[in-house]
Design a protein around this ligand. Sequence first.
Ligand code: FAD
Ligand code: NAI
Length: 477
Amino acid sequence: MSQTFDVVVIGAGPGGYIAAVRAAQLGLKTACIEGWANPKGELALGGTCLNVGCIPSKALLATSEEFEKANHHLDEHGISVAGVKIDVGRMQARKDAIVGKMTKGVEFLFKKNKITWVKGFGKLVANGDLYTVEVTLGDRKESVQAKHVIVATGSKARQLPNVPVDNQAICDNEGALAFGTVPKRLGVIGAGVIGLELGSVWRRLGAEVTILEALPEFLSPCDEAVQKEAWKAFTKEQGLEIRLGVKIEKVSTRKNSAVVIEYTDDKGLAQKLECDKLVVSVGRVPNTDGLGATNVGLKVDERGFVEVDGQCRTNLPNVWAIGDVVRGPMLAHKAEDEGVMVAELIAGQKPHIDYDCIPWIIYTSPEIAWVGLTEKKAKEKGIAVRTGQFPFAINGRALGTGQTQGFVKIVADAATDRVLGVHIVHAHASDLIQEAVTVMEFKGAAEDIARICHGHPTLSEVMREAALAVDKRSLNS
Ligand code: FAD
Ligand code: NAI
């Protein structure tokens, strides 16, 4: 006899587990299907984000930043340290412990909210009054039935043809987060978010890092002012070698396990790069292969994304899809918010997500964060804008901590002063961006930010000065 639920969630990443928690909070009998196994072979909740994404990458970024600080930035405070060394094994053990704590935390949440964890991988097999999902774990098969199904199967690393990822010498995000030693020479294909974050980790720990990017433009989704500042910081100051406009031709592994990348550069010349490890980070693709979409007539587009409307409804009644497996940015907080929205829709509530107010953060040093439109995008849409920009270099708090690099730039509608986009480069951009998100959610104006009392001395004063700069009346410059 298969068990029957009000809601079955397929996948326990940040989209799926949060959807399950919210559904259970709302009194719905909920199950979540997940078969992810960690390197020890233990089944683990939390998906890409907790196991091989956001959480482990931020742990390694933090360790490598401390290493960098000890080596290069403490002397300006008059602190001398000698013999700074990195123990990669301990760094990885710390990261693994954080991951373990977080994934066990999700198990706790499931127990607390009486959510049934159905262990294995789910496949839609039949629809009628109820949907039937077959769950496979090794040789074991079972079925569950539910009135509502939430597909939250996430994404996996996109592969390039003729670039065989083995997660030894040639790695995707999983291998790149688990190196046992610092590679002398690290190659990266793709100067996107993963390439820059993980490239920064291993560069700080001593690797020579070369990043090969197909596009001629650096950080194409970012505002031009951010692109310029980030290029200067990463290439000139931190020594990341980034080659733009390349075409990867062939990747092979030598007998001594060195990896050779043959590529054409931006001038059309044939080039070779030899490295000890290669990270391939060229975007991610949705996980819909084993979902059984065709068994029930679930519409999946030509790129493999489940088709949904603005409220994550699929073409099938009572089947929903959220997170990386659907359109929109592949971000954990976007997946979580969609999970909450869908659970509340199922319970008859009227939630809403403003997709224009989803922040992006790249956790490099300095961090890069933005929300809304770039100046260029706003102009392309025919919107006349005014902009205000203010540097951290003359902010008292930034000077005190020594983290003076970067700025806040605000893009406001010239006619209404409404904030359309905010772009930040700074060591603490990830926290600072949230003020901008809040103001934009409330459809606030630059003047609203300028009139809000900001504590002194804080980094947030730069946000206020940038808002004043929109009206050409910064007080401290
Ligand atoms: P996932 O987290 O991918 O989870 C999907 C789950 O579904 C997986 O556990 C999978 O095993 C399971 N599954 C798949 N198919 C089935 C099936 N048939 N049956 C049962 N279960 C199934 N985002 C941020 O916002 N901030 C960051 O700092 C950040 N850092 C990242 C760093 C890296 C290296 C990577 C790779 C990603 C990062 N992301 C970050 C992106 C973030 O991880 C994803 O956007 C997020 O995990 C998507 O959540 P999800 O729930 O949609 O899918
Ligand atoms: P990405 O989309 O950020 O960057 C991929 C880069 O690879 C792009 O610049 C693209 O032009 C380039 N590229 C594509 N094909 C190429 C080729 N053949 N040769 C050379 N370059 C090529 O994807 P990435 O870095 O793999 O990350 C995947 C996703 O995971 C991100 O888009 C983001 O959604 C999420 N993520 C979020 C993080 C965060 O929020 N801080 C951190 C890491 C990942």
